[in-house]
Design a protein around this ligand. Structure first.
Ligand SMILES: C[S@@+](CC[C@H](N)C(=O)[O-])C[C@H]1O[C@@H](n2cnc3c(N)ncnc32)[C@H](O)[C@@H]1O
Length: 214
């Protein structure tokens, strides 16, 4: 079995209980707040969340945005989000099965694209960043949240489908500039604290934003 298939099987298996984990809910709240503080959200914006999972971030940002395409490779995650949207009357969140490492680019272009805690599960990050940048409208914003470079402790040791132990912020920012994006900026959205053998371990999560020039 490939690492990507192991990843897909794991996320599909975890979908029903995904929202029960307080750490995940805390990360999503902090990332949504950081996006709302950093980007000029408007109710007429067309948005894409890439790697939405059960839509923890999309649901929080939904009142501030127009239409949201919430995309993920794992169908069971999208089923959970569909049920939540149905129950909450969130008709402007549209779920879509999408893997930018294998599928053609969607036809639409977006005012804002955001992604939280997904990039470290993707092997070819430069290719996906290129796809995400290409999906922005002129003037559109990209916001990426993920782990700073870490020691592997965040996932409790090696795990198939965890392709990157976080990222150097400068590397991500350089890639975005190379793709022609401007106004590239970074901040810390949240820090996860976990008990570790040597004491408390801290795992900061960055939010890197950038804009496609008009
Ligand atoms: C750690 S979860 C984060 C989910 C959600 N963003 C959250 O904050 O709860 C990573 C998500 O990325 C998705 N994912 C992994 N590889 C992907 C790919 N190549 N294309 C789209 N989604 C992917 C997984 O299915 C999973 O839902």
């Amino acid at each position: 079995m490939t690492d990507a298939q192991a990843n897909l099987d794991r996320f599909n298996a975890m979908a029903a209980e995904w929202d029960d984990n307080p750490m995940r809910a805390g990360i999503a709240r902090a990332v949504a707040a950081a996006i709302a503080d950093t980007l000029p959200l408007r109710a007429d914006m067309q948005a894409l969340e890439y790697g939405c999972g059960t839509g923890l971030v999309s649901v929080l940002l939904a009142p501030r945005l127009g239409h949201i395409v919430a995309a993920d490779v794992a169908a069971a995650m999208l089923d959970v989000l569909d049920a939540k949207c149905h129950a909450a009357g969130l008709a402007h969140i549209e779920t879509r099965r999408l893997d930018l490492t294998a599928d053609p680019l969607p036809a639409e272009r977006f005012d804002i694209i955001f992604s939280s805690m997904t990039l470290h599960h993707i092997e070819d990050v430069p290719a996906v960043l290129q796809s995400l940048a290409g999906l922005l409208k002129p003037g559109g914003w990209l916001a990426l949240a993920d782990l700073d470079r870490e020691d592997g402790g965040f996932h409790g040791g090696p795990m198939p489908g965890v392709f990157h132990l976080g990222f150097e912020r400068a590397w991500v920012m350089d890639r975005l500039r190379t793709l022609g994006l401007a106004d590239v900026a970074a901040g810390t959205a949240h820090t996860v604290h976990r008990a570790a053998p040597g004491g408390d371990a801290a795992y900061p999560i960055f939010l890197i934003s950038a804009r496609r020039p008009v």
